[in-house]
Design a protein around this ligand. Structure first.
Ligand SMILES: [Zn+2]
Ligand SMILES: [Zn+2]
Length: 169
């Protein structure tokens, strides 16, 4: 009797046929696709970076059309999809820009000191001038979170398909 895996008749069809390596730029050679593919996921923890990389790879990454509101400084300074914290805040508070947790950041945010200072000063002034105008019920930047479960399932499905060689003699 063999304990080798793979002989068991599957009761469900394979969810993803990956006979060849999946390439999201095979039919889509637009500059936007290239831009998204080349995107550097900085200021994120390992988990969030992986999630966004999967999104990019499987065409699930929707770029922002306009900046979203940062949950920390409450300014519309978030320029990356699925991020909830803007880069200056994530950098300053040492938090993951997507999940907002204090995790180890894989790619640190690159900001020149000058630019950061200017940005912070600008943010502060904006904050002062827009504080009175707040309260218009502007939605918090939680967009994209609700289909996270679906993505996790997708990732799990793909991980399941990885060939297991450990049991082969
Ligand atoms: Zn911020
Ligand atoms: Zn994170």
């Amino acid at each position: 009797m063999s304990s080798q895996r793979g002989n068991v008749a599957r009761t469900r069809p394979q969810r993803h046929q990956n006979a060849e390596v999946f390439r999201n730029d095979k039919h889509d050679t637009s500059t936007q696709r290239k831009k998204i593919n080349a995107k550097l996921h900085e200021g994120l923890c390992q988990h969030c970076k992986e999630v966004l990389e999967w999104r990019v790879k499987f065409n699930k990454y929707k770029p922002l059309t306009k900046p979203k509101k940062c949950v920390k400084c409450l300014q519309k300074t978030v320029k990356d999809s699925y991020h909830i914290i803007c880069k200056p805040c994530a950098c300053e508070l040492d938090l993951c820009a997507k999940c907002g947790k204090r995790e180890e950041i894989v790619i640190p945010i690159q900001t020149s000191p000058m630019k950061t200072e200017n940005q912070l000063a600008k943010n502060y002034q904006q904050r002062k001038s827009t504080r009175d105008n707040l309260g218009d019920g502007d939605e918090l930047n939680l967009g994209g979170l609700e289909d996270e479960d679906g993505l996790d399932l997708l990732i799990q499905g793909i991980k399941d398909l990885k060939p297991e060689r450990t049991e082969v003699q």
